[in-house]
Each structure stands twice: as C-alpha cells, then as structure tokens.
Design a protein around this ligand. Structure first.
Ligand code: GRF
Length: 182
C-alpha cells in the first residue's frame, strides 16, 4: 500500500510511521513521498531516509493532486497537516485519506484541541485516527486512545503524553488498513 504523508510541522508522527516501516511493523505499507505545505523541520525526517519530498507552497492543491497521482498513492496520511483538503481531493478518489487529531473526536475538533480539553474541565482526552471528508475533523473514526488529564497538566505536558499515544496508534492503524487491502 503506497502512502503519502502530509505534514506542516516537526513530523514526529511521520517519524513514528517511518520507524515502524523500517522495523517491519507496517505490513505492506510504504511511505513513497512526503508533502508539506511549507518548508518545515519534518521534511528532514524524510530526506534523512531518502524519501522524496514535495513542498506545495503555491498552487497547493494542484501540486498535491499531481504528486499523489504521480506516485500512485493509495493512502494519504495527514499527520499534523494544517490545511484543509478540498472535497475533490478526498471524495471518490483512488486513494483514501486519514488524519490524526489530538482529542477524542467528536470532542474538541479544529485548532487548539489540547487547550480545549483543558479549558472545559475534561478528566480525559486522547487521540483519534479518522477518515477525512470535506468537513474539519469530521469523518468516520477508525481508532481512538484515551489519555487521562492530570490536575497539574499544562497544554505542553498533556500534548507530550497524547503524542506518545499517537506514535503507537498511527502506525498500527496504517498496518491494519494495509492488511485490509490485501
Ligand atoms: C499531532 O499532535 C497531531 O495530532 C496534530 O498535529 C500534531 C502533529 O505533530 N494533528 P507532529 O508534527 O507529527 O510532531
């Protein structure tokens, strides 16, 4: 299963997927290309592993579509990608699109999900991998992991614990999707 990973930031989730692939834990899934909407440190994760990168900083959606087609992509993984993909890139395509989000969706969609969970007095939050549709953080949930909130938590400490779970969950989901395709 040929994967493209879309990023905007530091790429720790990308790194977890690449490490899982190297460890033989990703089934038939392989990261073929990494696409970013701007120059960001996560691109180094890809270049260090010899994975092609594309920076789609102008004509973004056209470049993304051309790249996905060029690489024969079957699964698009949004891993900290801070742009909304238009409907024509996510619906009725040769590829499926998934996203990882740092909350227990449908709770706390959109930006600042970790802050939202702290602000509304939740006792737990977590992370969700879901299919992407044309709405923000909205498509069908594939898998979730809960993370308890501690009284002493700041957005930073809580996000660190959520990310630990993300780094386990995302490769696991990709492996399961790859198995289903076989
Ligand atoms: C993750 O917490 C993810 O849930 C959210 O953006 C963050 C990306 O982190 N969508 P990284 O760039 O993978 O480190």
């Amino acid at each position: 299963m040929r994967i493209a990973v879309l990023i905007s930031g530091k790429g720790s989730n990308l790194s977890s997927v690449v490490e899982a692939q190297k460890a033989g834990q990703l089934g038939s899934a392989t990261v073929e290309v990494v696409i970013a909407d701007k120059h960001c440190s996560g691109l180094l994760v890809a270049t260090n592993e010899g994975i092609p990168t594309v920076v789609a900083d102008s004509d973004r959606n056209i470049v993304i579509e051309e790249t996905l087609t060029q690489y024969g992509i079957e699964l698009v993984v949004c891993a900290g990608f801070m742009r909304i993909l238009p409907k024509q890139l996510v619906c009725d395509r040769d590829w499926q699109v998934i996203n990882i989000h740092p909350s227990l969706l449908p709770l706390h969609p959109g930006l600042r999900a970790v802050e939202q969970a702290l602000a509304d007095g939740s006792t737990k939050t977590g992370c969700t991998v879901h299919y992407v549709d044309e709405f923000i953080d909205h498509g069908q949930t594939i898998a979730q992991v809960e993370v308890p909130i501690q009284e002493s938590d700041t957005p930073e400490t809580l996000h660190v614990r959520i990310q630990k779970e993300e780094h386990q969950l995302l490769p696991l989901v990709i492996k399961q999707l790859a198995l289903r395709r076989q």
